[in-house]
Design a protein around this ligand. Structure first.
Ligand code: NAP
Length: 245
């Protein structure tokens, strides 16, 4: 079994998650890449990064606690445990508040918030035993300030920020840090429902006058996963070009 530390990135096959995988592979971590529907993207990323480090892919819907339990058992068998957990898997949706159905609400909360809860719960026994570990939750600036027509998304991400702060207090004595990276508007498939005009407006509202890239987020995650961030916990690192100050 490898002596390198292992990072699990949920939703790691594409978008921000794939950029995080590339950065953490370059930084010398073993990679456990979780995917749900993006099997072919996960396979090609595994092939690409296998030249740099040990990589395995794990299928799991993070909104299902039984599947998360099974995924951790497979990862623990393969790598021995998870040292760095990046809760990145997420969905977004725009809907008027009064149009949000029970199932839309439940899917949003179970994917973006319960998924992180299930993964933290499975990751922690190993981390507590090791007296070290780093959990990094990918939140959103809308979880910090709220977004109109994205109330369920904002509520889930605000919950994730609350989880981050509270868990940081609870597991600090075990040498485990828990932080959030809170992206602004980042160019990924998540913006596919936005028109070019919408994106131009968002860019104009951003003091640094551009939309974010997946690498902007991955670099912040790479820092929080490194020894350089050993004394940082319970924090929300906002990577948004100044959109929210
Ligand atoms: P994306 O390209 O749509 O990727 C979403 C990722 O989440 C995919 O890898 C997907 O996996 C995974 N995922 C969704 N539901 C899942 C489930 N039930 N189980 C496991 N994985 C699941 O979007 P992205 O922009 O990279 O988003 C990544 C994270 O950044 C999300 O948490 C998002 O809320 C956050 N964020 C994004 C932005 C932005 O502007 N893009 C801004 C703020 C925050 P599969 O494809 O394999 O199903």
């Amino acid at each position: 079994m490898s002596t390198k530390k292992t990072a699990l990135i949920t939703g790691g096959a594409k978008g921000i998650g794939a950029a995080i995988c590339r950065t953490l592979a370059e930084n010398g971590f073993n990679l456990a890449i979780n995917y749900n529907s993006s099997y072919s993207e996960a396979c090609s990323l595994k092939k690409e990064l296998s030249t740099l480090t040990n990589v395995e892919i794990f299928k799991c819907d993070v909104s299902c606690s039984a599947q998360v339990k099974e995924m951790f058992s497979e990862i623990n068998n393969h790598f021995g445990g998870v040292d760095i957990l990046v809760n990145n898997a997420g969905i977004a949706q725009q809907a008027l508040f009064t149009d949000i159905t029970d199932s839309m609400w439940e899917k949003m909360l179970s994917t973006n918030l319960s998924g992180a809860f299930y993964c933290c719960r499975e990751a922690l026994p190993y981390m507590i035993n090791q007296k070290s570990g780093k959990i990094i939750n990918i939140a959103s600036m809308w979880g910090e300030v709220g977004a109109s027509v994205e109330v369920h998304y904002s509520a889930a991400k605000a919950g994730l920020i609350g989880l981050t702060k509270a868990l940081a207090k609870e597991v600090g004595l075990s040498g485990i840090t828990v932080n959030a990276v809170s992206p602004g508007v980042i160019q990924t498939d998540m913006l596919s429902s936005f028109s070019e005009e919408d994106k131009a407006c968002l860019k104009e509202e951003t003091p640094l006058n551009r939309l974010g890239t997946v690498q902007d987020i991955a670099k912040a995650v790479g820092f929080l996963a490194s020894d350089s961030a050993d004394f940082i916990t319970g924090q929300v690192v906002s990577v948004n070009g100044g959109f929210v100050i």
